[in-house]
Design a protein around this ligand. Structure first.
Ligand code: ADP
Ligand code: RBF
Ligand code: MG
Length: 191
């Protein structure tokens, strides 16, 4: 099932877990896999099976805002990933190029254009330090496209790079619902 726009935004609070380690290694595009464990995940859609597959854009924050604000100020240049709101390109589904058996929710966090990590990955996308085990606050705001099987990793990487570009352009809008989701991600402690 693909999300109808009436189902959006989908709000989640969970933890970052390990996937297959392919995002960075195969594609040069790391994705923070969201724990879908019932005891860990808080989600505005109750039924896990009802989470709609597809490629989306939205906003994400890693870590608690109170802790992270102080860390953000204290580190070198204030560039820590923690506590800040990032635009994100999100995959929800079965990665049909790989034929996964389990559904995953995987946001790629996109740093601001002038951030030193913005082009640090092997394919020129955002690469932060690892943040496994941290809290993730995620709002899935808009639909980009259906997930597709690609012939070869170059084609998949090329498509995801276009999604990242689309996500940045769409998230730059100033419509009230966009501002509302950005604000929710910044401050939320519950869905
Ligand atoms: P996995 O299969 O374990 O999810 P990935 O290769 O997809 O491995 O890498 C994801 C991990 O990389 C995240 O859990 C996070 O700790 C880290 N990471 C670094 N930069 C980013 C980013 N821009 N977006 C998402 N995760 C990132
Ligand atoms: N995987 C696919 O098999 N087909 C896709 O169309 C697809 N689109 C993606 C779009 C974005 C924005 C992201 C972040 C990931 C996408 N993926 C897709 C998932 C990708 O295969 C997965 O992140 C890696 O295999 C690492 O788990
Ligand atoms: Mg991943």
């Amino acid at each position: 099932m693909t999300a109808q726009s009436t189902q959006l935004p989908i709000r989640m609070i969970s933890r970052v877990v390990h996937g297959f380690g392919r995002g960075s290694k195969d594609l040069g595009i790391p994705t923070a896999n969201v724990s879908l464990d019932k005891d860990t995940l808080k989600c505005s859609i109750d039924d896990y099976d009802a989470l709609p597959t597809g490629i989306y854009w939205g906003f994400a924050r890693i870590g608690e805002p109170s802790v992270d604000l102080s860390q953000g100020k204290g580190d070198a240049g204030g560039q820590s990933v923690l506590g800040r709101v990032y635009t994100t390109a999100i995959s929800i589904g079965y990665n049909p190029t790989y034929n996964n058996k389990e559904k995953t929710v995987e946001p790629h966090l996109i740093a601001e254009p002038d951030h030193p990590q913005r082009h640090a990955s092997s394919t020129g996308e955002t690469q932060f330090q690892d943040f496994y085990g941290k809290t993730i606050v995620l709002s899935v705001v808009g639909f980009i496209r259906n997930e597709l099987p690609f012939e070869g990793l170059d084609k998949l990487t090329e498509a995801i790079k276009k999604d990242i570009n689309d996500a940045v352009n769409l998230a730059n809008g100033s419509e009230p619902f966009i501002i509302a989701e950005r604000t929710w991600v910044k401050t939320a402690s519950d869905v």
